[in-house]
Design a protein around this ligand. Structure first.
Ligand SMILES: NC(=O)c1ccc[n+]([C@@H]2O[C@H](COP(=O)([O-])OP(=O)(O)OC[C@H]3O[C@@H](n4cnc5c(N)ncnc54)[C@H](OP(=O)(O)O)[C@@H]3O)[C@@H](O)[C@H]2O)c1
Length: 259
């Protein structure tokens, strides 16, 4: 796909990976529709995107957990640009701690934001894409989408659900011209993800710009699954790691949480 002039819609663009992704598409001359709940942050990202080369940037309040808000966001993007080439479902949130201590409102928030939010945005965008027989949907999962993370059981479950949803939908849409892709970040620096949500775990950390560049590459060459090199190795080792991986990561997290 040619990105110059393409319309790219990004959820959760007010910080971290979403912000870096907006900048990466802006540098390639894409037109942007950015959504999140913090408008002042979105406006700051939009200013940077215009300076970086995007000819057209709109920001809108968006709560992906609210079906009406998500539908209105996608409808506004289509009204503004009359097209939608790439949908990046990036908005997400996490929680780290023992499951029995996880508050019910956080359980609901993780499920609605990380999973239902993606369904909401995808359902809203699909009729237009199906009619034109084109479009790329990129769902930002996590390494926890294939390597479940102890002390993040609900988060891991939402990302597994997202991977299953994405792969099933990719099959459902084969032959329609629409591609569904999954990007799996690992522990990513320069984000607000771990703010007040427990310590990160993972020896390999890389900047949000790496994930952003991977997302841009995925938009141009829409692969089913995209991950940065160190995680590809972990992905390959997954069938061997199995329960031993659960145990080792569980121990490491327990120690990190006790420190
Ligand atoms: N950072 C990591 O280590 C890591 C690792 C694996 C996967 N990921 C995934 O990467 C994605 C981006 O996270 P990040 O690392 O960039 O963290 P982040 O800096 O906290 O960004 C999360 C983004 O999601 C938005 N968001 C949260 N709830 C929302 C809602 N209900 N409606 C609309 N927007 C919402 C936030 O904006 P507002 O608060 O302004 O709404 C923010 O823009 C998430 O899906 C996360 O699960 C991150």
């Amino acid at each position: 796909m040619r990105l110059k002039g393409a319309v790219v819609v990004i959820t959760g663009a007010s910080s971290g990976i979403g912000e870096a992704t907006a900048m990466a598409f802006a540098r390639r001359g894409a037109r942007l529709e950015l959504g999140a709940r913090r408008l002042e942050k979105l406006n700051a990202v939009a200013r940077k995107c215009r300076q970086a080369g995007s000819p057209d940037v709109n920001v809108r309040l968006l709560d992906v957990g609210q079906r009406a808000s998500t539908r209105a966001f996608i409808a506004a993007a289509l009204r503004d640009h009359e097209r939608l080439d790439v949908l990046v479902n990036n908005a997400g949130t996490g929680w780290v701690g023992p499951l029995h201590q996880m508050p019910e409102d956080r359980i609901d928030e993780l499920i609605t934001t990380n999973f239902k939010g993606v369904i909401n945005a995808t359902q809203a965008a699909l009729p237009w894409m199906l009619e034109r027989r084109r479009g790329v949907i990129i769902n930002v999962a996590s390494v926890a989408g294939f390597r479940p993370s102890p002390y993040s059981a609900v988060y891991s479950a939402t990302k597994h659900a997202l991977v299953g949803f994405s792969h099933a939908l990719r099959g459902e849409l084969s032959g329609t011209g629409i591609k569904v892709c999954v990007v799996y970040p690992g522990v990513t620096s320069g984000t607000e993800f771990f703010k007040g949500k427990g310590p990160p775990i993972g020896v390999v950390q890389y900047p949000a710009s790496w994930v952003a560049n991977l997302i841009v590459r995925t938009a141009r060459f829409p692969r089913r699954d995209a991950m940065v090199a160190p995680l590809r190795l972990l992905h390959l080792a997954e069938p061997v790691l199995g329960g031993l991986g659960d145990h080792l990561i569980g121990e490491a997290r327990r120690r990190a949480l006790l420190d």
